[in-house]
Design a binder for this molecule. Structure first.
Ligand code: NAD
Length: 322
């Protein structure tokens, strides 16, 4: 009997790539059917996954908002899932500064609805698993010389987005401790790759440079992020879901720390455009200085590590956007 897994938020960037590279892999689809739930917010586009839905009968799509606890409960009871991989979220830090409430509604209360529905199914299925996709941003910020975040680092979010993700991480942990729900949390660094909504740094810069528009770079552009190609992240999510120890958190990182300005200059070089397009703008309030991930736990326990270096990944990404 094939198991049925619920995927949330897979009309968005990371989830749509997960559908293509993991959920449609022959070894995976021989064992699992997947239901995809997405509210199709501004960041979710059905066209990202429509070709995959058309070609693959083991995939089904439901337009449902995870904030709607009644619909979520009905769906869980009707479809009787063996597990959940939860990508859905409001994900853009700038939006969370303008309108924090929806971040709490979707990221915290939406996650709570999924946890409550999962507890009910777990009562009759002890193999049930809930994987929550989280972010390095819950750890806050690092100085230039500090060691990378480990899973033991304190949770110290600085934006409404990261605070809402940290809150949902804590709820997931609490459901493991209180209800014994088998949970897993992945915390990953900055992703890049195809199908990302052009509000985030890399697709925004590519699309503006293509049109010879000014490229807005926050502050002095020296903030540091650890970049991971989206396929490496999704492989990590699947490895953690398949082999991770429940109740645990696993950091996933790209081994590729770069200053924002260097990312922008690389994109301009790839496109053959002038650095004169760069325009420094007022910094984002509370802008974290540096993120860096220590993923030695995932490497040691699960044999996972990123495979795609930034030069290769950014070439593929620029080509896709062109
Ligand atoms: N992008 C990154 O660099 C990164 C890094 C680490 C972790 N993450 C996490 O990975 C997950 C996916 O991120 P992404 O970059 O693909 O985000 P995204 O914004 O591209 O996609 C989010 C998806 O969730 C859906 N969604 C939003 N609110 C919903 C709701 N109330 N009900 C149902 N669906 C809803 C959207 O329609 C969209 O399809 C998020 O949980 C994010 O916190 C992202």
């Amino acid at each position: 009997m094939k198991k049925k897994i619920l995927l949330t938020g897979c009309a968005g960037f990371i989830g749509s790539n997960f559908v293509k590279t993991i959920a449609c892999r022959s070894d995976v689809k021989s064992l699992y059917d997947f239901d995809i739930v997405d509210a199709l917010t501004y960041a979710g586009r059905l066209e990202n996954i429509q070709p995959d839905l058309d070609k693959n009968p083991h995939l089904a799509f439901y337009k449902i908002d995870i904030r709607d606890d009644k619909k979520i409960n009905e769906l869980f009871l009707e479809r009787n899932y063996s597990g959940v991989i939860h990508f859905a979220a409001e994900s853009h830090v700038d939006n969370s500064i303008k309108n924090p409430n929806i971040f709490v509604e979707t990221n915290v209360l939406g996650t709570l609805n999924l946890l409550n529905a999962s507890v009910k199914l777990f009562k009759d299925n002890k193999d049930f698993k809930f994987l929550h996709v989280s972010t390095d941003e819950v750890y806050g910020t690092l100085h230039e010389e500090e060691p990378a975040f480990t899973e033991e680092h304190k949770i110290q979010p600085n934006s409404p987005y990261s605070a809402s993700k940290a809150s949902s991480d804590l709820l997931v942990r609490a459901y493991y401790e209180t209800f014994k729900l088998p949970t897993l949390i992945t915390r990953c660094s900055n992703n890049y790759g195809p199908y990302q909504f052009p509000e985030k740094l890399i697709p925004l810069m590519i699309s503006k440079a293509q049109k010879n528009e000014k490229l807005p770079v926050y502050g002095d552009g020296r903030n540091i992020r650890d970049w991971i190609y989206v396929d490496d992240h999704n492989e990590g999510v699947w490895v953690v879901f398949s082999k991770g120890k429940t109740g645990e958190v696993y950091n996933l990182g790209g081994n590729s720390e770069m200053r924002n300005i260097d990312v922008v200059k690389t994109i301009l070089r790839e496109l053959g455009k002038s650095e004169e397009l760069i325009s420094y703008v007022t910094d984002r309030p509370g802008h974290d200085w540096r993120y860096a991930m220590d993923f030695s736990k995932a490497k040691k326990e699960l044999g996972w590590e990123p495979k795609i270096d930034f030069r290769t990944g950014i070439k593929k990404t620029v080509e896709w956007y062109l």
